[in-house]
Ligand binder design. Structure first.
Ligand code: ADP
Ligand code: MG
Length: 292
């Protein structure tokens, strides 16, 4: 590309809230075959809310929320924020906790007094040998509704289920539809479970779903797609998206996301909505067809 074309391109980009951090990216963008989207905070707003609170084994609703919020106040995960917000709205006083620990891709762990508390997905409880088989019907039903299921375990038993739901960004359906019309393949990648990911993917018209991917796994999945399809773009907002954004031929960060995602990206969408991806690709195609 000529420097002039790049300058013109980045000027138009800036007007549209598209910040080009690496000039070549806008040129590579026209060669992209596949675009991979992170789910939470990228396709969805990333501001989940508690929708269901289902106690188990002699616990009551308020106890479950109190235990969960007490532990989650140590976490900055959007799921944690949803739980602590609900507890605050219900004026529930929180307990002191000790030995707080994040279990990456699975949840959090802490102690309240001498009781070990686990909060997270079924995989987390599995790791500690806590059976969740009896809850499978409820879990499946909630996940089919595109909700994320969080289990609360006290000592070695399940105290309850908290379901959390995130809404799509207003333009996600439209933007992904346009990208498909422009001939691009789309995929969704998430640490969340398969059923919830499928339910969200269906709402936005994505058929390729990569779910239950641990943070390190996102980069590997991008590599595999590159081997199979060639140039791949990744769109994400989180700390756990940063390695994948770097690995992708074009990494696109959501401007409202974490600093580390933005620093790892080639292009940043200042406004945070997905129409920026469509505009960036159109801009790339237009800029580089003119200078042939
Ligand atoms: P993503 O941001 O793609 O959803 P994460 O790796 O952050 O992926 O989380 C993956 C899964 O781990 C979540 O869907 C949830 O089931 C569980 N999890 C992570 N952090 C927490 C937390 N603070 N509380 C409860 N569950 C959590
Ligand atoms: Mg995210």
């Amino acid at each position: 590309a000529t420097p002039t074309a790049l300058m013109v391109g980045s000027g138009i980009g800036a007007e549209n809230g598209i910040l080009i951090r690496r000039g070549e990216a806008i040129q590579t963008l026209k060669e992209i075959k596949v675009i991979v989207f992170d789910k939470t905070g990228t396709i969805t707003k990333g501001k989940p809310e508690v929708t269901d609170l289902i106690p188990a084994n002699n616990f009551d609703k308020e106890e479950v929320l109190k235990i969960a919020a007490s532990v989650e106040k140590g976490s900055e995960h959007p799921l944690a924020t949803a739980i602590t917000r609900r507890a605050r709205e219900n004026n529930i006083p929180l307990d002191d906790i000790s030995e707080f620990e994040v279990v990456t891709g699975k949840g959090v762990k802490a102690s309240i007094g001498d009781k070990r508390i686990l909060i997270g997905n079924p995989r987390l409880l599995d790791d500690y040998g806590i059976k969740t088989d009896g809850l499978l019907d409820i879990i499946n039903r909630l996940e089919d509704e595109a909700k994320t299921v969080i289990l609360v375990a006290v000592k070695n038993e399940v105290a309850g289920i908290i379901a959390v739901s995130d809404t799509l960004k207003e333009d996600s359906v439209k933007a992904i539809g346009e990208l498909k019309e422009m001939g691009l393949q789309t995929a969704i990648i998430t640490g969340d479970n398969q059923k919830t990911a499928l339910a969200i993917a269906k709402k936005v018209g994505i058929t390729h779903v990569l779910a239950e991917v641990l943070p390190d796994g996102k980069l590997e999945e991008i590599k595999k797609l590159q081997e199979k399809f060639g140039n791949v773009a990744m769109v994400g907002d989180g700390i756990n998206d940063a390695p994948a954004l770097t690995q992708a031929d074009v990494g696109i960060a959501i401007g409202t996301g974490t600093d580390i995602a933005i620093e790892s990206s080639d292009i940043t969408l200042v406004r945070g909505d997905l129409s920026g991806v469509v505009t960036a690709i159109k801009l790339s195609r237009a800029t580089f067809s003119k200078i042939k």
